[in-house]
Structure formats: structure tokens, C-alpha cells
Design a protein around this ligand. Sequence first.
Ligand SMILES: Cc1cc2nc3c(=O)[nH]c(=O)nc-3n(C[C@H](O)[C@H](O)[C@H](O)COP(=O)(O)OP(=O)(O)OC[C@H]3O[C@@H](n4cnc5c(N)ncnc54)[C@H](O)[C@@H]3O)c2cc1C
Length: 378
Amino acid sequence: MPLSSAKHIECEIAVVGGGLVGSALAYGLAKAGAEVLLLDAGDDSFHASAGNFGLVWVQGKGLGLADYAALTRRSADLWSGFAQSLVEESGIDPGHRQTGGVKLALDEAELERYATAVRRMHNQAAPGDNDTRVLDRQAVLDLVPAAGPEVVGGTYCPHDGFADPLATLSALRRALLRSPRVRTESGLVTEVRADPGGGFRISTGDRDVQAGRVVLAAGLGNAKLAPQLGLQAPLRPERGQILVSERLPAFLDLACHTIRQTGEGTVMLGDSHEDVGFDRGTSQDVARAIARRAVRTFPRLAQARLVRQWGALRVLAPDGFPIYQESERCPGAFLVTCHSGVTLAAVHAREVAAAILAGSLSDRYPAFSAARFDEAVA
Ligand SMILES: Cc1cc2nc3c(=O)[nH]c(=O)nc-3n(C[C@H](O)[C@H](O)[C@H](O)COP(=O)(O)OP(=O)(O)OC[C@H]3O[C@@H](n4cnc5c(N)ncnc54)[C@H](O)[C@@H]3O)c2cc1C
């Protein structure tokens, strides 16, 4: 990935945004043979990709949109091979483990809500069903012996797991650095437009890029860029706070919805859903609520010291599902954005990148067109 001071750069495909979504796409595009330029505003802006919980989560995903359930399941299936390729190409292990995942209920009403969601998922049966089942307390204890006395049951999906998000991002970056087909540049893209002569012109203020095609993968930044290319990205931020404990002896090897023990022994606790605009701060009341629930679930956490807390912003479409679309007004311009960039990293690299290259993104994923928001309004 040569650094360049060139003011004018030409490339086959420019990917705007170097978070988990843009990096996975750039990686997949380069592996499929494209010459890629990855443009990113800078490390400081890796909000969601660096601040997330790291689950590769299938259960419950896609309630109300069977295509999303199927996409998520395909990505979970692809993750092991994706992780293996990253290890080989970067020397960094993204820490993926498909352990199966549990969501633990602390009272009967909560368990009934989870069970209803599982039934509804089964009723909308999609290719690649998620195989989630409801567990009573004893079945939970068989899987998670450390669960406390307040845990009444839960749900379990064998396809769930987790990855280390920072290691995944580092592995992707190093693989991109090593690829002779990828060049990365830092800079905030301020303007992107179709060139009357063909292709696209992208401006970062001090650089002018001429690209045959352009992929917008800038997370929340897509909201400003997409309309410039006739695309819609009605995205909003939603803050999630995460707490991290000191290292503890191993007690939880499964993925668990809001509590995850890392390979080093620290325990991640989270996460909140807060509508606070672009505020990435933290608050004591949310920390207390997260910690209280964690201790009720695993009483041994009562003695654990918390060592870190942060807030990060989710990238949410109005219905929470991905938007994958090629612009009708500016063919060759693509938008890719989603709420679960860790979970979907494998399918982005392996499947979505290929659809972009083939020019078939909108045909391949009609359910993820932003046109669904027009229909919702009409
Ligand atoms: C608290 C929390 C927990 C989460 N837990 C999970 C989980 O367990 N599993 C899961 O799958 N997902 C999870 N997520 C979601 C996941 O983190 C996001 O889906 C993912 O990080 C989105 O990646 P992204 O690349 O779209 O956006 P970002 O990570 O925000 O990256 C966007 C990049 O684009 C760049 N950019 C923006 N605008 C411009 C511009 N104009 N020009 C150039 N560059 C630009 C930014 O600098 C940034 O680097 C969680 C998110 C949060 C907040």
C-alpha cells in the first residue's frame, strides 16, 4: 500500500471508508482481481469498528426480513474460511470462534419474549434457518455452568460465535497493505460525483481521485455522500456503551448476548441502546445498569474490577437492516452499509464484493434496496 503525495490519483475502484465494512469489501474486491483504492478519513474516526462487542451473531437476526436472516447465516458459515485466509495473508489471527451462542433470560416474562421471537423466526423459515432453540434452566446450566440462580432459561444458536474486532480490523489492514492491488490513502471525502466523461471524481480537499467505480462504505458518513450519487442513506447513530473487566479465570467459553469473555480473560459487558446523536461519551447510570444485569447473570462478576468503559455509535438504517444498492442515476456507484459489520464481514468479503465487481449488487440483493423506505412512506 504505497503512500503517495500525489494530488491526482486514478484507480479502477475506490472504496470510501476503511472501517470493517469498507476494509472487508476492499479485501474481497482485491482478491477478486480488482485494483482498489481505499480512502479513509483517519484512525480517529473508526467509531463503530473499533468500539463494538465482537459477536458473530445469527439468532434473532432477520426477524421481519428473511433475506437478512439468510445473509447473516451465510456470513457465519463463511467466517471460518475468511478468518483462515486472513491469518495466512496477514499473520494476524482475527480470533474467530464459532462456539454457539446463548441469550440468557432473568425472568419468565423475558424468557417468553425470547421464545416468541424464536417461534416467529421459525415461521418465516428462510434458506439457512438459524436453528435457534429455547433452553430451560437446566439446559442453560449444561452449557453455561457459571450462570447464576436468577437465570431461568434462554435461547441457543449453534451458528453464533465471536471474533476480536480490533484483531479483525488489523488483519484486514495488514492484508490490504501487503496486496499489490490495493492502495490506501487517508483523507475525508468531501465531494463525489459522476464524471461526464465516465467514471467518478472524488475530492478529499487536497487530493482528486478519478475512479472507474466507487463504493460508499463510510458508515454514518454515507448519509452525506450517498445523495451526491443519487443514493439514499437515511442512517442514524445509536450509542452503545461497553464495560471491560480485569482478567478473570475462564468461566464463559460460549458467545453470550451481552457478556463475552475474551481469550485474555477480560470480560466485555454491554451494551446499551441510546439515542444521543453523535455523542460517544459514557455515563454512570448506563454503566450501573449494565453491571447490575451482568452480576445477576454471573454472580462471580460482583468481585471483578472494571478497567475500561467506552461508547461507540451504531450505524442504523430506519429498519436496522443493511442497504446494498447500485445507483440508478449513476451506474457504477454502490452503497454498502449495515448494522452488524463484524457478523457480515465474511459475506462482505466473499459475496458482496463479487456482486459489486459483477455489477449485480442491486439484482443480487433486491430486499436491501433503500427503495423500501420510499414504499414505507407511500
Ligand atoms: C456498542 C456497539 C456494539 C456492537 N456490537 C457488534 C457485534 O457484536 N457484532 C457485530 O456484527 N456488529 C456490532 N456492532 C456494529 C459494528 O461495529 C458496525 O456494524 C461496524 O463497525 C460498521 O462498520 P462501518 O465500516 O460501516 O462503519 P465505521 O466503523 O464507523 O467506519 C466508517 C469509516 O468510514 C470513514 N469515513 C466516514 N466518512 C468518511 C468520508 N466522508 N470520507 C472518508 N472516510 C470516511 C470513517 O473514518 C470510518 O473509518 C456494534 C456497534 C456498536 C456501536
